[in-house]
Design a binder for this molecule. Structure first.
Ligand code: HEC
Length: 119
């Protein structure tokens, strides 16, 4: 009986851990979604923050928001690809934002280059 209880408690702990892990993953996905949709993906009607910053039409507030998004990206774990590559790409973005180096920002924000490896 005692043994059965022990086994049961292990199962309960595992189940709790698994649901925690997947909650964390979907939570991350939501953050990615917000950053990509508001920060990176432009539509005809609504240019993304990135586009505005690059073409010089962003307000100080919009610039700060993109900088915040990019900082957040550095801390996220992408669904694919290795951590070093992610760090390199997101830190290049962050550095370009901090230095206000628009040319570097444009290069670092290459959608395809990042999605191919990490999405
Ligand atoms: C540094 C890496 C990186 C760069 C640069 C990047 N993305 Fe992404 N993007 C990702 C990752 C990782 C995902 C997948 C996130 C997930 O599924 O949880 C993603 C997902 C997306 C999505 C899907 C979001 C959703 O609904 O779930 C869109 C749209 C998107 N990116 C647009 C863009 C555009 C447009 C650009 C370029 C202007 C861009 N991204 C640049 C990493 C990047």
């Amino acid at each position: 009986m005692k043994k059965a209880l022990q086994v049961l408690s292990v199962f309960v702990a595992l189940a709790a851990f698994a649901s925690f892990a997947s909650a964390k993953k979907s939570e991350q996905h939501e953050i990615f979604e917000e950053i990509m949709k508001k920060g990176f993906k432009s539509t005809k009607e609504k240019p993304a923050l990135l586009k505005k910053v690059i073409d010089g039409s962003a307000t100080a507030g919009e610039k700060a928001k993109l900088a915040e998004y990019v900082k957040k990206l550095v801390t996220l774990k992408p669904p694919e690809g290795d951590a070093d590559s992610w760090k390199e790409k997101t830190q290049a973005l962050n550095a370009a934002m901090m230095k206000n180096d628009l040319k570097a920002l444009k290069t670092a924000a290459n959608c395809k280059a990042c999605h191919k490896v990490h999405k």
